[in-house]
Design a protein around this ligand. Sequence first.
Ligand SMILES: Cc1cc2nc3c(=O)[nH]c(=O)nc-3n(C[C@H](O)[C@H](O)[C@H](O)COP(=O)(O)OP(=O)(O)OC[C@H]3O[C@@H](n4cnc5c(N)ncnc54)[C@H](O)[C@@H]3O)c2cc1C
Length: 504
Amino acid sequence: MARIAVIGAGLGAMAAAARLAVAGHRVVVYERTTTYGGAVGRYERDGFAFDTGPALLPLPAVYRDLFLKTGKEPLEKCVDLVQVDPAARHVFADGTDLLLPNASRAGVVAALNTALGSGAGDRWGDFLVRAREAWDRTRRPLLEEPLWPDWQVLAEREPYPAVPRKRLLRTRRAGTLAEVGALELRDPRLTALLESHALACGLDPRTTPASAAVLPYMEHAFGIWYVRGGLRQLARAVYERCLARKVEFVFDAEITGIVEKDGRAAGVESADGTVAEADFVVAGVAPEVLDGAVRRSVVRGSGEVPAQRVRTSRLTVLLALRGGRPEDTAHRTVVHAEDRDSELDELFGAASGTVAAPTVTVVRPDDPALVPDSGHEAIVLSAVVPTRPDGHGAESEVFEQQARSVITAAERAVPGLRDRLLWHEVRTPADIERTTGAAGGAIPAPALAAGDGRLLQPSNTTALPGLFTVGGWSHPGGGLPHAGMSGSLVAGLIVDGPGFRGSQ
Ligand SMILES: Cc1cc2nc3c(=O)[nH]c(=O)nc-3n(C[C@H](O)[C@H](O)[C@H](O)COP(=O)(O)OP(=O)(O)OC[C@H]3O[C@@H](n4cnc5c(N)ncnc54)[C@H](O)[C@@H]3O)c2cc1C
């Protein structure tokens, strides 16, 4: 039995902790805040409740596997997991309104052909077939195996089979997601639909490799899920599973140092000077936090996998409304920006700053647990924004102004929104920084192939033997399923040793 110190109680770290405890190790999680879950937060006021982090769960199989491998009670017994149908409503810049059914290729093709016309649905259906090929080629190395030592193979090889297009004497193939839209989808609304999947992860579709086609494919193939009571219930269930497996939690314990002995990690040191010895240390925190604790750069990737692209965060606006949620309301609506180029320039350009009119996601769960009674509705709006710049405070005025433009955009999907508003709360990148510790409130993206490795995340092993990384900032990257997989990979690397090649 080894002693294992886990830094942070985010979902990735807790997934690793539960698996390691089941393997017979003594696991202690040190969390700097007073609660578990990290980004997966909840805000409650006046009988209303809101998810302040993730609102939807893609690829629930990852958490089903976690619950299967760590105890008798399956995930579905611990949380009320429901498939969201329709998967999404899209309100495009030209006013086109589209409802996409969940996980049905025929249904999606028909809906797109009806709403967009001229064979748009068929083109999207053909695109999904190619996206599936990219998924089949990358699923295992990018989700189910530790990062390959020769990660350059993943960085160089584009798995998306772009369609060759002859123009005059030249043959062109889409290399980026934006080019897939322009060359293969050939409708600005289909392009916006495609690009919204990258944008939601904080990725610029103009530079994101075509391999990102796996993002809409995953949602299409495996559906998109909600946990009744809010996504925080998933964090609660994982926390309780850890407790059931005798994982110990120490809250209010900020780790500021990694103890080293004989050239390997040998424990952790808290801000109050307490030292806890351990045989392995697993860090579920942003690389800058870990490097600060080790006082040098140990995250493998700093000198190997190229640095990540521009980091982004999210602005979230929680709305308490009078009047009940109308029947047949879509759970999630994406209100696309009216000026896509300006939005991308403002987010990813050299002078990235405030986004005047962003793409906004409107989440309206059909869930009585979130409202005081049926005469009220709780809505969460969110938009991708630049991270909080160094040295700035909460910048409440700037964010209040941004929140107003987010509400204005949402009115395109929810008419009369302002008239129903009782109160609203704004969650800024500074709030995200407070809950996760990541500088500027940055949110990690899932790992993607190609693009010279810019979208790969550092491996779960580090330059310091005995120290591992888990969660969104390490392989296979951010998002609930990816962070959950990182927990499985780290547990495998510790239990089976460096020869571990992934879950079967
Ligand atoms: C607003 C928002 C919306 C999102 N939406 C989605 C979505 O819809 N779908 C989806 O799949 N994903 C979404 N994500 C991403 C997802 O929440 C994360 O990728 C996922 O929760 C994994 O988190 P993690 O394991 O990296 O840990 P994190 O959530 O980053 O938590 C890190 C933990 O470490 C603790 N910590 C930091 N430093 C220290 C220290 N020195 N000592 C001790 N503890 C420390 C922090 O307090 C925190 O508890 C969203 C994230 C945000 C912020």
